[in-house]
Ligand binder design. Structure first.
Ligand code: ZN
Length: 245
């Protein structure tokens, strides 16, 4: 094979290699719809137009009172809340969350985060958010899985909203056991006081967007918000990929 070599200094060589890498990967891995795997133009970003039309979007960000916020009434003050999709009864949404959570498809989180972030950035309920915090896993769980499924979603949101994403400031101190067979009351008790803010000064006076993959009872998000709201002048809003209703 004939290879044309250009003269580069070592620095120039590194720069030109990094610059060319995205082009090469986009040829090998064309952008595919997260849901149906059809090829998509980069303009459409995550989901093809047809899937985007059919997936059950909540558009909760446009309503000051919605099914997400109502879940926290009488529990903790939440400024605004939105989920991208309804989880119940939709096989596509269930499949995307499953792939993100158990099969390492973190680009699902990033790309959905970017779509929702574009909507939240222009929204009066979210436009004064200062920073984004993903709900953390306990370090043992994260070591087993290799990643936190909420991190990529938080990064996508941060990218579109042009905000800072703090992945390490909130810590889960206790590794809670599987919550699937517990009652709502038991689940709430199980997560109370398990989160801790490592550097409270960073959050003082800030509007924090807490993010998770799915909201069900809201117990985990509530426990995180409790830890944050102990810090003076903090405001908490929430965003998830999906919500069970
Ligand atoms: Zn599609």
């Amino acid at each position: 094979m004939f290879v044309v070599r250009k003269k580069h200094t070592p620095e120039q060589h590194t720069m030109s290699f990094n610059f060319n890498l995205p082009k090469v990967t986009s040829i090998i891995y064309p952008a595919l719809c997260l849901n149906c795997n059809c090829k998509i133009s980069s303009k459409e970003q995550a989901i093809c137009l047809e899937c985007d039309h059919n997936l059950p979007r909540t558009n909760f960000q446009n309503r000051k009172e919605n099914q997400f916020l109502v879940r926290f009434w009488g529990r903790i003050p939440v400024h605004a809340a939105s989920a991208m999709y309804l989880f119940n009864g939709n096989e596509s949404v269930r499949k995307m969350i499953h792939e993100l959570k158990y099969h390492g498809k973190t680009d699902i989180g990033t790309r959905i985060g970017k779509i929702l972030g574009k909507r939240l950035r222009k929204n009066a309920n979210f436009d004064d958010v200062d920073m984004i915090l993903p709900v953390p896993l306990h370090w043992e769980r994260q070591r087993e899985r290799g990643y936190n499924q909420s991190d990529s979603f938080a990064e996508g949101l941060a990218d579109s909203m042009v905000r800072i994403c703090h992945k390490d400031n909130l810590e889960r101190k206790i590794n809670t056991i599987s919550q699937t067979k517990k009652s709502v009351v038991e689940r709430i008790e199980n997560v109370a006081n398990i989160f801790e803010v490592k550097n409270p000064k960073l959050l003082e006076g800030k509007h924090i967007l807490l993010v998770d993959d799915v909201v069900t009872t809201g117990a985990t998000l509530e426990a995180c918000a409790e830890a944050i709201l102990k810090i003076p002048d903090t405001t908490v809003s929430m965003a998830t990929i999906a919500i069970t209703v």
